[in-house]
Design a protein around this ligand. Structure first.
Ligand SMILES: [Zn+2]
Length: 269
């Protein structure tokens, strides 16, 4: 992996005129040459330009024994990096489309890329595992006013801090390239932890997100304190406490937490 973008700047600036087009092409080309599939480690393939929702994919062609479904990725590049962190609110696509592909289980993983124009270098990259993106983190924006060219069009926002920490996997941290094995292991861990349809894994992801806020050792009542927040995220469900207990059992079976006894839990490392 090479973080230097200068060769792309000279190559692409000669081909395109508009500034936004140039930066989009530069980071796309860089990602295509440098990033890898976190599931199998192969290089990413780029979709033809202007394909909605998906930018890259991997067919895991090196996994010979079993057929593994294609993994899709969407690239989001930014030059702004306030407080050494990606912005908590990521611009998503049209809201109803986003919710539809989410329900179909077809939402892509996100690749968040931060680059510096002055240094012509990639500085940070983070993967957001598609299984950790649930209806809890996709929010509608206000529809565009009647005066707008696309009146009524409604975008969406993806809120990063509603996504459990383990679903946000750092690939490059302030110019340091994280070891590929570490990235692949983290990816694999999320794939094993967040299973089932969008609603099932939405619950699991939410409970993990709340457990992340608690000390490593906690009890059932600590998790019950998030009952109201969970009720807001899942308005159809009237049995939030039952659901909490069910999810804690699932998380124990998947070895994310251990039961210590008498309502006490311990996070597994
Ligand atoms: Zn792959």
């Amino acid at each position: 992996m090479n973080l230097d973008l200068s060769a792309y700047y000279s190559q692409i600036t000669a081909q395109y005129k508009s500034g936004s087009q140039i930066s989009g092409r530069i980071t796309e080309k860089w990602a295509s040459d440098n990033l890898y599939c976190p599931k199998c480690g192969s290089g990413l393939e780029q979709y033809p330009n202007n394909k909605p929702v998906y930018d890259f994919y991997c067919d895991h062609s090196n996994e010979k024994i079993i057929v593994v479904p294609r993994e899709n990725f969407q690239l989001k590049s930014t030059r702004s990096f306030p407080k050494r962190h990606f912005s908590n609110k990521i611009q998503g696509g049209e809201y109803n489309t986003a919710m539809r592909i989410l329900k179909q289980g077809a939402f892509p993983s996100l690749i968040l890329l931060h680059y510096e124009r002055r240094e012509m270098a990639v500085k940070d990259a983070m993967l957001v595992h598609r299984l950790s993106i649930t209806s809890s983190c996709i929010k509608p924006r206000k529809p565009l006013p009647v005066t707008a060219r696309r009146a009524g069009w409604q975008g969406s926002i993806i809120t990063l801090d509603v996504i459990p920490k383990l679903g946000r996997i750092t690939m490059i941290d302030d110019s340091n390239i994280i070891d590929k094995n570490i990235v692949q292991n983290r990816w694999d861990k999320v794939s094993k932890l967040l299973k089932g349809n969008t609603i099932q894994r939405g619950w699991t992801a939410d409970i993990i997100n709340f457990i992340d806020r608690l000390p490593p050792r906690f009890n059932l009542n600590d998790v019950y304190r998030y009952e109201n927040e969970l009720a807001t995220l899942h308005p159809q469900n009237r049995h939030i406490r039952d659901k909490i207990r069910q999810q804690l059992q699932i998380l124990r079976d998947r070895r994310f937490i251990k039961f210590i006894g008498s309502g006490e839990y311990q996070r597994a490392e």
